[in-house]
Design a protein around this ligand. Structure first.
Ligand code: NOJ
Length: 570
């Protein structure tokens, strides 16, 4: 997940704007009357996404090795309610069911990730390849293609093989570059005849910051001020290497594309007439998205990161910057290694300048930025604490990508909203609102000239939400985690998203309102279905356990009785 936890642990000041100061801001940005009715380009691709650890379950099945998330989630106190992804949605055993849901939505693409330790249990290719893992992804890919659904495949959605963590320190170690390249090469070799869209890394910001700086995510290291920068440095090199491998060894034959999926909140200056706030907001985005996008598109880190981290390192009395450097050869090797850019976007912050005192002991990713984050209390926040619905920020972020990185081909790889409801609720009106407004802002961005080719709703199913366990539900489909069969139920947003896909946009206000009304109408009957679920499970228990047991007992008793009668006759 994204920054919520980062805020609390690293003492970033999230200030809530007082209502009294509201007049200072241009609230018309949220004005719903500015909705844009129109259609997307004819070839636009609609999809939904998932990731291996969050949905597959089967954590120790069929020869899979341990990942850092298996180990992390089994440690007490790391995940809400000590939940784990051990069985999660049981996606490993439900390919057919899930492909049917994707068909039901009429999606053009499905984004999923491959679990590295399921294919290579130790992470080191020369050790052993797990053919049963290969078979699982083969089957998933084949079923998608049989149904004309394009697979978009992420190679790394956070589940590093545990052996690589224990042996080398994971992404702190440069040797990950070669191991990851070997693994990626195996995927190109085995699946590349059918997979044409590859994403090397999902959200490296989170891997680096939450995995190695705050320690809220696996592997749980708290290497303040250096860990995140070092991990990111190796991830960027690994991405570039894999892109070159594909380019030189596979592209001519397989004709696919290799990109990366970066996440980024938008940062808006608190006071747009204040130069310091403007610069702070720019810095926020550069430290987030730019940290990875600038090397990949232009060959080196954003100048502002080099300046700020360099200066603060000197003030700390360090001989060199905590931000590692690329050699000239590395810069040209890393530059332009992106066939398409994946964007994961959920929310926005207001940003203001705030200097952090520098001293010997200070220095962290968060304090290096010299800024404070603010939110408007009127922004809707139905689910995760960090996730405020601010649709206009999406359009700004997409335009930022266009101008900063030469209008690259973009696939939105994640966008969506969660709910925190403990009770079962399929009538997710707020999710309909979120999707409607965010997708509309993306449409406006396309009209602005941003080259967005596809959109991926996050996520297809409710699933394991990292350190939040199962408490935050992002799915279009509700998953009943209490039932061992993990049944899926459509939320109202399924019907609404389906209409957007069917029309390839938004026809007019009356029609869109109709979609919404109908979607909410159907969900009340699904709600009843779900409410009846405990009864269904009970019935299942009766047919699966009670009936066979009674039958067996009756046969046994009859046999004993028969023997008894026969004996008496003799
Ligand atoms: C980004 C992560 O890639 C994804 O796994 C997670 O579910 C979402 N953020 C929501 O937190």
């Amino acid at each position: 997940m994204l920054p919520r936890c980062a805020f609390s642990v690293c003492h970033v000041f999230v200030l809530v704007l007082c209502l009294s100061s509201a007049e200072d801001f241009d609230w018309t940005k949220n004005d719903h009357s500015s909705f844009y009715y129109g259609t997307f380009p004819a070839e636009f691709s609609w999809g939904a996404g998932s990731s291996a650890y969050q949905t597959e379950g089967a954590w120790d099945k069929d020869g899979k090795g341990l990942s850092i998330w298996d180990v992390f989630s089994h440690k007490k106190g790391k995940i809400q309610h000590n939940e784990t992804g051990d069985s999660s949605c049981e996606g490993y055993h439900k390919i057919k069911d899930d492909v049917n849901l994707i068909k039901e939505l009429k999606l053009n693409h499905y984004r999923f990730s491959i679990s590295w330790p399921r294919l290579i249990p130790t992470g080191i290719k020369s050790d052993h390849i797990n053919e049963r893992g290969i078979q699982y992804y083969d089957e998933l890919i084949n079923q998608l293609l049989e149904n004309k659904i394009t697979p978009i495949v992420t190679l790394y959605h956070w589940d590093l093989p545990q052996v690589l963590q224990e042996k080398y320190g994971g992404w702190q170690n440069i040797s990950m570059v070669n191991h990851f390249n070997e693994y990626a090469n195996l995927c190109f070799e085995r699946f590349g005849d059918r997979v044409k869209y590859w994403i090397t890394f999902n959200n490296p910001w989170s891997i680096a910051v939450e995995g190695y700086e705050t320690g809220e995510h696996a592997p749980g290291l708290k290497l303040r001020g250096t860990g995140a920068y070092r991990a990111a440095h190796h991830i960027i090199k690994a991405h570039a290497k894999v892109w070159h491998t594909y380019d030189t060894q596979w592209r001519a034959k397989q004709k696919g594309l290799v990109g990366i999926s970066l996440s980024g909140d938008w940062g808006e200056p608190v006071d747009i007439s204040n130069q310091k706030d403007i610069e702070a907001a720019e810095r926020y985005v550069q430290f987030y998205l730019g940290w990875f996008a600038t090397p990949i598109f232009h060959g080196d880190y954003p100048q502002v990161m080099k300046d700020f981290i360099g200066r603060k390192s000197v003030q700390q009395g360090l001989g060199m910057s905590r931000l590692p450097t690329f050699s000239p050869q590395e810069k040209s090797y890393i530059k332009s290694t992106c066939d398409f850019l994946g964007i994961g976007h959920f929310t926005t912050r207001y940003i203001t300048q705030k200097s952090n005192p520098s001293g010997r002991s200070s220095g962290s990713y968060f304090t290096d930025r010299d800024l404070a984050e603010l939110v408007d209390p009127r922004w809707p926040d139905p689910g995760s604490e960090w996730l405020y619905s601010v649709p206009w920020g999406f359009r700004r972020l997409l335009n930022f990508v266009k101008t900063q990185y030469g209008n690259p081909m973009i696939y939105v790889t994640e966008n969506g909203v969660s709910e925190k409801m403990p009770c079962t609720e399929l009538c997710d009106d707020w999710r309909i609102q979120y999707y409607k407004d965010y997708i509309n802002e993306m449409l406006k961005a396309i009209k602005d000239g941003v080259n967005v080719k596809g959109y991926t709703a996050w996520s297809l199913l409710d699933k394991f939400e990292w350190d939040e366990g199962y408490s935050e539900r992002f799915g279009l489909y509700y998953v009943d985690f209490r039932n061992k069969n993990k049944p899926r139920y459509p939320k109202a947003s399924v019907q609404f998203y389906k209409r957007i896909i069917g029309f390839n946009g938004f026809p007019n206000q009356r029609e869109v309102e109709n979609w919404r009304r109908k979607a909410v109408e159907t969900c009340s009957s699904s709600n009843q279905l779900l409410a009846a679920d405990p009864l269904t499970s009970h019935m299942e228990m009766v047919t699966e356990i009670v009936v066979p047991t009674v039958c067996t007992l009756s046969i046994l008793l009859s046999a004993i009785l028969l023997m008894f009668l026969l004996r008496r006759r003799n």
